[in-house]
Design a protein around this ligand. Structure first.
Ligand SMILES: Cc1ncc(COP(=O)(O)O)c(C=O)c1O
Length: 404
């Protein structure tokens, strides 16, 4: 197919369409994780410990609610900012779980996952030349920032601090051009939780300098050892400066349903609603009904899944630390471990490629998560015990061969 296309291109039968694509499109990179998985997908028998989604099925009662919604006729356009009853249920959850008071009519927007909230926030806030502070290593927000001609300003989070960002480093990175700070706690890929005192200090910086905070909170429920999640939007004076991104994807094993929500001051929610009409009209009606059922039920299913992640976390943590040359701090949250692989003297891409090609185990190169992610790989423990044990034994064998 590609050969034929190239032949026609060279012989002038086809135009090179790329030259017509708007330049801003090239500011967006292909997701490094997808690139890695495309590579892994070509190799049969790979154990994939890279995937960032629960391996559980969506709980049955949520699927049943979606089926019922279809029978009840939820097949038409939904309101652009989400069904009223879903926004009310979200407001109730925010009040009781996140200590965030939000008006369901004006301060909540039902989105296509947390991803849409991230995209919209950058779109509505960042102007050419604006600086956006991101944590490094951290989730990849670079493409969105560059798409809108913003400048990402990475702030290091060090392994010696359990990958918790130091507010003093954020303060030092703030300039007159800083428009936004993006925080993701609990953190992908490091499993770090930014404790309340860290958030209080960042909130103070944001208030003093009038900087907005995008608080990306998909892993709010996946916490271990009694760790508590604090939403920065709940802190004094932060409601006006915070856009929070939440999702059903991780807590409820609902990645494919694509439902999340934004909590933000009315002016942002209005912009999101206005644009939604022009972009996708709204979030799929049945998916919203399923999300409502999830919120209306007790959190038992979430707790069950977190309990299982906790067991697997111990297997991964012990298993990785037992491998010569690898050290791994205990993740406090999420379903990711972020082991240090720097002793092998290879880039994280080279090690990941080697492991998948020669030992059939896929992990994610740490450098995908920023420059400071070099020397690490991300390993997901959203996989069953058997797969985890086999994956660890393949990694062990693989890295032992490197030492021969
Ligand atoms: C930190 C972080 N933010 C946002 C997302 C996107 O989540 P959603 O499925 O809700 O769009 C993910 C998914 O992996 C994530 O890890």
């Amino acid at each position: 197919m590609c050969k034929v296309y190239n032949y026609y291109l060279q012989h002038g039968v086809l135009m090179d369409i790329q030259q017509f694509i708007a330049k801003r499109s090239f500011e967006v990179d292909w997701s490094g994780i997808r690139v890695m998985f495309a590579f892994a997908g070509e190799i049969p028998g790979v154990i994939n410990l890279g995937i960032g989604q629960p391996d559980f099925d969506t709980p049955a009662f949520i699927c049943e609610a979606a089926k019922k919604a279809l029978d009840d006729g939820y097949t038409r356009y939904p309101p652009a900012k989400g069904f009223q009853d879903l926004r009310e249920a979200i407001a109730e959850k925010l009040k009781t779980e996140n200590k965030v008071i939000a008006d369901p009519d004006t301060e909540i927007f039902v989105s296509v996952g947390a991803m849409q909230v991230i995209f919209n926030t950058v779109l509505h806030l960042v102007e050419p030349g604006d600086e956006v502070i991101v944590v490094d290593p951290g989730y990849d927000y670079y493409s969105q920032i560059r798409l809108f001609s913003g400048r990402p300003v990475p702030v290091a989070a060090y392994e010696k601090n359990l990958f918790k960002v130091d507010p003093a480093d954020i303060k030092a990175a703030v300039s007159n051009k800083t428009k936004l700070i993006i925080l993701n706690s609990p953190s992908n890929p490091t499993g770090a939780v930014f404790d309340e005192d860290i958030l209080i200090q960042i909130a103070q910086i944001a208030r003093e300098r009038n900087i907005f905070v995008l608080s990306d909170e998909p892993y709010e429920h996946i916490l271990f050892d009694g760790k508590k999640h604090v939403s920065i939007g709940s802190l004094d004076g932060m409601k006006e400066l915070t856009i929070s991104a939440f999702t059903f994807s991780k807590s409820y094993a609902m990645t494919g349903w694509r439902v999340g929500y934004a909590v933000a001051p009315k002016a942002f929610i209005d912009e999101m609603e206005k644009l939604q009409e022009h972009m996708v009209s709204g979030v799929t009606a049945v998916a919203q009904r399923a999300a409502l059922a999830a919120l209306q039920a007790p959190r038992d299913c979430v707790h069950e899944m977190v309990k299982a992640y906790d067991k697997r976390r111990k297997i991964i943590h012990e298993g990785l630390n037992a491998i010569d040359g690898i050290s791994c701090i205990q993740p406090e949250s999420t379903f990711y471990a972020f082991p240090n692989i720097s002793s092998f003297g290879m880039t994280s891409w080279d090690l990941a490629r080697y492991l998948v090609k020669d030992h059939k185990v896929a992990v994610v190169p740490g450098s995908i998560f920023g420059k400071r992610g070099e020397g690490y790989v991300r390993i997901s423990f959203a996989a069953d015990t058997e797969k985890l044990q086999e994956g660890i034994s393949r990694i062990k064998k693989g890295v032992a061969n490197l030492r021969l």
